[in-house]
Design a protein around this ligand. Structure first.
Ligand SMILES: *Cc1c(COP(=O)(O)O)cnc(C)c1O
Length: 433
């Protein structure tokens, strides 16, 4: 047996033994002690890129060239004609909605299973978020339910490629074409994900990215708006630059439309370009590890890794998502299962709560501004119109592993699957917790 074969056999043997060992939550030895790989990753080229901007003295995009350069490179990487770098992902969504002229009285279709920023961007335009229920198997917006949520006030569809896995763009883009509605892709978790060979973020009217610290490409805070529409790109630029256009000379204080300041700094752009050097390699590693993990987890009764749509040619893998069925684990609740996993040295999260049920939404709708815009009846019926029963169930069953988990080794993946099997084999012991 060669060394690799030996290591693999030893790992398999230890995973089998571990299944009979006492659960760590009940005082036994954990399956693993290693922490997930640290994030972000700092290389010499990051320091160099940062120091060049620092010493160059041009820290603002108006006097430097770094943000311009990043926009060119990122547009090429995504396969989109225009890229606008922004302060963060939330502002990328907000800028998109503004440039598309979404405002008070408009309805925007969103999924209930997403980060709050998707919904906040809609609220910041004083538009009304309308939730489309989730697809239990993929955990994405259920494209088959989009039509039923469209009214004469609907002005845009905002699918989210949650976890990096694409929403069903064939169906969503077709409905959008038929209904003449713009599509804003929230690709904040989906850098380098693909739909039928095209990069996510390049298929909608706009595509939005986040480069916040937790994301797969990051510079602490940052974002981008992608589009193929030159005039939209222009409006987006001026909106994010306090209503000043690209061609405004330094002393030219002429304005168009409304705007605010959501510019990216030269530092952020420099860091993004150096981080981009390793993005492809990291995406490949996450992809390999995710496939390997799925091949093991799908053999475990009651563990259902999220399915991907046929059009998904590549998952961006920001979150590895699965559903946990307590019936296959002696009725042990998800919360106790997660505690047992943590004790075995595997970090996992229960994921999002149902956004459509957030009390703050109702508070917003009761505020003076909202009541001035929307008829009372419309707000009163909002709850009824926004039920998402499938998503309620999804939020109770989901389990997530973060993207850094997928930057580990094959042995790390084996240990994760081993920990799940170990907990399952002794789940009855956890029933009293
Ligand atoms: C991270 C994220 C955002 C917002 O990005 P920020 O850069 O944190 O503002 C929006 N939508 C989704 C789905 C995200 O995951």
């Amino acid at each position: 047996m060669n060394r690799r074969g030996f290591v693999a056999a030893a790992a398999a043997a230890s995973a089998v033994n571990a299944a009979n060992a006492k659960l760590a939550l009940l005082g036994g030895q954990p399956v693993r002690k290693a922490n997930p790989p640290s994030w972000p990753r700092l290389h010499a080229e990051d320091e160099k890129a940062w120091m060049e901007v620092l010493r160059g003295g041009h820290w603002y995009r108006g006097s430097g060239k770094t943000v311009d350069e990043f926009e060119k490179r990122f547009a090429a990487a995504i396969g989109s004609p225009y890229c606008l770098a922004t302060a963060n992902g939330t502002s990328a969504l907000y800028i998109s909605l503004s440039a598309i002229d979404i405002g008070p009285g408009d309805e925007v279709l969103v999924p209930p299973y997403t980060f709050i920023a998707t919904v906040n961007a809609v609220l910041m335009r004083h538009a009304l978020p309308v939730f489309v229920d989730s697809d239990l198997e993929t955990m994405q917006m259920n494209a088959a339910k989009v039509e039923s949520r469209i009214t004469e006030r609907t002005r845009a569809i905002m699918p989210v490629h949650l976890g990096g896995s694409p929403a069903n763009l064939d169906v969503i883009l077709e409905i959008a074409r038929f209904r003449r509605l713009p599509v804003i892709e929230d690709a904040c978790q989906a850098v380098f994900g693909e739909w039928r060979g095209r990069r996510l973020g390049s298929l909608g009217t706009t595509g939005c990215f986040s480069f916040q610290a937790s994301k797969n490409l990051n510079c602490g805070e940052g974002g981008a708006v992608m589009t193929a529409d030159a005039s939209l790109a222009d409006r987006a630029f001026s909106f994010h630059n306090n209503s000043r256009g690209r061609r405004n000379a330094p002393g030219d204080f002429s304005y168009r439309a409304t705007g605010t300041n959501l510019r990216m700094t030269e530092f952020q752009a420099a860091l993004l370009m150096s981080q981009m050097l390793r993005l492809q390699e990291q995406a490949k590693l996450r992809d390999e590890n995710a496939s390997y993990l799925t091949s093991m987890l799908r053999e475990i009764p009651g563990i259902r890794p999220a399915r991907m749509y046929d059009g998904c040619t590549r998952n961006g893998w920001h979150i590895y998502m699965l559903r946990y069925d307590r019936e296959a684990f002696a009725g042990v609740s998800r919360a106790v299962f997660l505690r047992a996993l943590a004790a075995e040295g595997v970090r996992a999260s229960p994921g999002y709560r149902p956004l459509n049920k957030e009390p703050f939404l109702r508070e917003a709708f009761q505020s003076r501004g909202w009541r001035a815009i929307y008829p009372e009846k419309l707000l009163a019926e909002w709850d009824e119109r926004n039920r998402c029963p499938v998503n309620d169930r999804l939020c109770e069953e989901a389990v997530w592993f973060g993207q850094t988990t997928l930057l580990g080794s094959r042995q790390d993946m084996e240990q994760i699957a081993g920990a799940v099997r170990k907990i399952q084999s002794q789940a009855a012991d956890l029933r009293s917790l």
